[in-house]
Design a protein around this ligand. Structure first.
Ligand code: BES
Ligand code: MN
Ligand code: MN
Length: 456
């Protein structure tokens, strides 16, 4: 592509400054206090699309946070690429673990440090820059639509309705998403799988008030102890989830497919080192990439109850709570699993406590085939900018709306993620290497070119 590297080089500081403007808006979708920031971020996205040359861009109200829609039509006969991304971010706590302010982006060691630097403001902005380049240099070979939401991190509760209400407006040939990771800086890869999700909160109630742990301890069930027992029985010594019926629909891969998967280069030592653990743990009989890519998992995301402030208080708590998520694989249905979990969790509750299970959110996984024009176009795009063929791999993360794109709009997605495992998304000191930011901009335009050629 003409002058692509030069264009990025000439404009790299401005691109960075633009991204920083967006990052400085603390658009935390899960917090009521940030409602205005969500609008500010949506407005910023809209203005940015217009500045970059979209024919139109609008902030569309929903029952939750707004969706930004934008479009550029070159010629109705050309294929249409829909760019999906999200401008919302996760909360930043614990704040004391951040080396710099989460919403004051800072460059250290060639990386942008800030909440949203990777997930997904940084990755999304690569598409804005690529769009600008293609338009400015008169090389945009497709029509483009943008659908940028503000509720991805809370399970996209309003986007399903937005899709149903805007089926015609959202007609297109492919949905292109950069909201996943690559296997390594020098290992370009295309995410071909995402896991589904079922996320529940459980509540265990014992005595009608907190009790003196000396006067009552030993005679009355302690909800925290009970909850711990219940939770620890959910995964057995082989790393198998004990919820009845849980594995019934799990897709079993053939030996052939597993062999193919095992070819993806994976540095297990580096992986352990980067997260500071000596040993890994998971389902027996499966490799690490299989455990996150093709096997389901169950984790406690948070647990609380009793006295957790400084110092000691001798108390036998009245209540205990936990947030439990299950990551699901192809053919497992999120609603069905949620029901199985509820039934199972209630069935193991002893009579000395009251147990409730509340569903928070969930969604289906996604598998993207590799024999499609969009996969081939993406593959060639990486080959063009990295000089090697990317490897397909299934990620453990979830973007539940991707399966709804297919269900509601009938459009497949292609996941060209440029994040790295070390980016600490959702964690303190989230970061995004500048090299990934610019390499993404350099790869995306090739996708448009190859996709247009293949669709001819
Ligand atoms: N971008 C992530 C998902 C992701 C990251 C997938 C890296 C693959 C590789 C997305 O923003 C996210 O965090 N999704 C949530 C699910 C959502 C329903 C809260 C997740 O996976 O926890
Ligand atoms: Mn994301
Ligand atoms: Mn996220």
């Amino acid at each position: 592509m003409q002058d692509l590297k030069k264009y990025i080089e000439d404009n790299k500081d401005r691109f960075l400054e633009e991204l920083f403007e967006l990052i400085r808006i603390p658009s935390i979708s899960s917090k009521e206090a940030h409602k205005d920031d969500m609008y500010k971020a949506a407005e910023w996205v809209k203005e940015s699309l217009l500045k970059k040359g979209a024919d139109k861009a609008e902030v569309c109200d929903t029952e939750g946070h707004p969706v930004v829609y934008g479009e550029k039509t070159i010629n109705p006969d050309l294929p249409t690429v829909i760019i999906y991304g999200h401008y919302d971010v996760q909360p930043v706590e614990p704040l004391e673990l951040w080396k710099s302010e989460p919403f004051q982006p800072e460059i250290r060691d060639g990386k942008i440090f800030a909440r949203g630097a990777d997930d997904d403001k940084g990755q999304m902005f690569m598409h804005f820059a690529a769009f600008e380049y293609l338009l400015k240099t008169d090389q945009l070979p497709c029509n483009v639509k943008f659908m940028i939401e503000g509720e991805e991190e809370i399970g996209s509760p309003s986007l399903g309705k937005f899709l149903k209400d805007n089926r015609e407006k959202l007609a297109g040939d492919v949905i292109l998403v950069s909201d996943t990771a690559m296997l390594g800086q020098d290992t370009p890869s295309i995410t071909t799988g995402l896991r589904g999700l079922s996320y529940c909160e459980v509540h265990v109630t014992g005595p009608n008030r907190d009790l003196h742990s000396g006067l009552y301890g030993g005679a009355v069930a302690n909800p925290v102890n009970i909850l711990c027992d219940m939770i620890s029985s959910l995964v057995d010594e082989n790393g198998r989830i004990t919820v009845k019926g849980f594995y019934d629909d799990v897709e079993e891969l053939s030996d052939e497919e597993r062999k193919e998967m095992a070819r993806a280069p994976f540095d297990e030592e580096g992986y352990k080192k980067s997260i500071g653990v000596k040993e890994l743990k998971g389902e027996k009989g499966y490799s690490t990439l299989e455990r996150t890519g093709i096997r389901p998992s169950l984790d406690v995301n948070g647990i609380w109850g009793g006295y957790t402030e400084k110092g000691a208080k001798t108390v036998l708590p009245s209540e205990a709570h936990a947030k439990i998520s299950m990551r699901l694989v192809p053919h497992q249905n999120s609603e069905k699993i949620t029901q199985l979990f509820k039934d199972h969790f209630l069935s193991i509750a002893p009579d000395c406590v009251k147990v409730e299970v509340q569903f928070l959110h969930g969604g289906e996984g996604y598998v993207s085939p590799t024999d499609t024009p969009e996969y081939q176009a993406a593959s060639k795009a990486y080959e063009e900018s990295y000089g090697i063929k990317p490897v397909p791999y299934r990620s453990g993360g979830s973007i539940p709306i991707i399966s709804m794109f297919e269900q509601i709009l009938g459009i497949k997605s292609i996941l060209m993620g440029f994040g790295l495992e070390t980016d600490a998304i959702h964690s303190p000191n989230e970061n995004y290497p500048l090299s990934q930011f610019y390499k993404g901009m350099e790869t995306i335009p090739h996708f448009y070119k190859f996709f247009a050629e293949m669709k001819k």
